[in-house]
Design a protein around this ligand. Structure first.
Ligand code: F6P
Length: 496
């Protein structure tokens, strides 16, 4: 049997029977590291399934590819580049780690300068960037930046001017620092937003708007050409992919809002996960086990989606962050050799925030006809200071939902029956610290990498986003070869 046919032949046992049949199940399929507790015992992973995936991992050269990634080899084959986000947190090839360290020193020095008022008064930070240049920093600031509000930060991504005007309404132009975050420094949305911020500053009497700009980019020359002074360009390496870039200068708003020490703890937490990923055997390796469960559901049970739910408002931006990480990385149709991949790739990631989601979409999870692997993410330590009851109920709801999905309930009335045997996994953080969040995000990155490697695809390019952008650019110039429907829409909106 080929490695995939062994996997496709894996059974679909009843989860409750798996617990009954193996008193060690919980300890076998849970583990603790870096302030995180992982529990996959309510998934259909079994020792046999893990062994089958481990054989596939061997056949797909997972260990070799993982080592090549950390060694800075060109694992991003379609773009002929290394993949160096782990180097940002000090793990991997010494030269790449050193480059990242030097870039971090520049970030740190600029933060010190801002804090010493060298750039004038700064109370508001307006970060413009999109995709990976927004989702990661937004998640960090929203998750960790509540307790100690050193600066008021707004992260604006959309080219819809409403988003920018909302920030203008809150901010004082004379006390605003503009961060232009773009790996390529060419992205239409970001460059349009950045230009509008400069105009807004100018209109409100800021004498030298360009003097209030910091560029976060892997294309420093373009930033200088655009008008940013070289001393305020914070570069990062080309090998850091957009959706993997929050560890680099793209994380600047988090580093300044949280303070450097907390940003360094975030990097250290991620590095703990990196070391675990490199060293732990596959059957005790968190990113690998999570990816095996993902692949079991996408390849064996044909699940088309997966749903992470953050049972913590501070992590409300985690699901959208994961959407880009997982879908842009693994939503591919061809293998690294350019052959049709021939099987489903990334699950569509959706999800939301508990308990709100329970009162909106959980009906489908419990009784709908789709199989949706659910992931609960929660923190033991409360983020609020209200009476303990809020947090107690929040956590109990998360745990009860997982139990209900698995156990189900039979009733005489079919409409009131729950078939059960619906999988879920849980990630429980001791507390929402920078270290735990860093480890959590790194866990998802490596899980994506394992999924991609076992599928034989390149998780680090994103050519699929280009065509639509090209067509929009052609239309903006009054050109483009459009179908009758699109031509009519352009005409109706008065855009031609
Ligand atoms: O269009 C997709 C994308 O290229 C993402 O991969 C990236 O995170 C985002 O756009 C922003 O790109 P940049 O940082 O170059 O502005």
């Amino acid at each position: 049997m080929s490695d995939w046919s062994a996997i496709e032949a894996l059974p679909f046992p009843k989860l409750v029977d798996l617990f009954d049949g193996d008193p060690e199940r919980l300890s076998r399929f849970s583990l603790d590291l870096a302030g995180l507790h992982f529990d996959w015992s309510k998934t259909h992973l079994t020792a046999d399934a893990v062994a089958a995936f481990a054989r596939l991992a061997e056949a797909q050269g997972l260990a070799k590819r993982r080592d090549a990634l950390f060694a800075g080899e060109h694992v991003n084959v379609t773009e002929d580049r290394p993949v160096t986000h782990t180097h940002e947190r000090g793990e991997g090839d010494a030269a790449d780690v050193d480059t990242a360290r030097r870039f971090h020193e520049r970030m740190r020095a600029l933060i010190d300068a801002i804090e010493a008022d060298a750039l004038g008064p700064v109370r508001h930070i307006l970060h413009v960037g999109i995709g990976g240049s927004a989702l990661g920093p937004d998640l960090l600031v929203d998750a960790l930046g509540r307790a100690d509000k050193r600066y008021d930060v707004a992260i604006v991504s959309n080219i819809d001017g409403v988003a920018l005007e909302d920030a203008f309404a809150r901010f004082d132009p004379a006390a605003t620092l503009l961060l232009v975050a773009s790996k390529t420094f060419t992205t239409t949305e970001t460059m349009t937003n950045a230009a509008s911020v400069l105009s807004w500053m100018e209109e409100h009497g800021v004498a030298d708007p360009y003097g209030r700009v910091i560029a976060l980019t892997a294309a420093p020359d373009k930033a200088v050409e655009w008008g940013v002074d070289d001393t305020r360009v914070l570069p990062f390496a080309e090998g850091v992919g957009g959706r993997y870039s929050l560890w680099s200068s793209i994380g600047f708003p988090a580093a300044i809002a949280l303070g450097w020490e907390r940003f360094a703890e975030l990097l250290a937490g991620a590095a703990e996960m990196d070391r675990h990923f490199r060293e732990a055997p596959l059957e005790r390796n968190a990113p690998a086990l999570a990816a095996f469960a993902d692949l079991y559901y996408t390849q064996v049970r044909h699940a088309e989606t997966r749903a992470p739910f953050a049972y913590d408002v501070r992590l409300r931006l985690l699901p959208p962050y994961l959407q880009q990480l997982e879908m842009e990385s693994n939503g591919k149709g061809v293998t690294v050799d350019g052959q049709p991949v021939g099987r489903p790739t990334a699950a569509i990631a959706w999800g939301g925030v508990g308990t709100d989601a329970q009162h909106a979409v959980f009906q489908l999870l419990h009784q709908g006809t789709h199989l949706v692997p659910v992931e609960f993410i929660a923190c033991i330590e409360a983020g609020d200071t209200l009476a303990p009851d809020h947090h107690r109920q929040l956590l109990l709801n998360a745990f009860a939902q997982g139990a209900a999905l698995m156990k189900g309930k039979q009733a005489d009335d079919p409409a009131r029956s729950y078939e059960g045997n619906r999988p879920s996994s849980t990630v429980l953080l001791d507390a929402l610290t920078p270290r735990a969040l860093g480890a959590l995000i790194a866990f998802y990155e490596h899980r994506v990498f394992v999924n991609g490697t076992l599928l034989g695809i390149n998780s680090f390019d994103q050519f699929g986003v280009e065509l639509g952008k090209e067509m929009a650019k052609a239309a903006a110039k009054g050109g483009g070869d459009f179908d009758p429907s699109t031509t009519d829409l352009i005409r109706r909106a008065g855009l031609n």
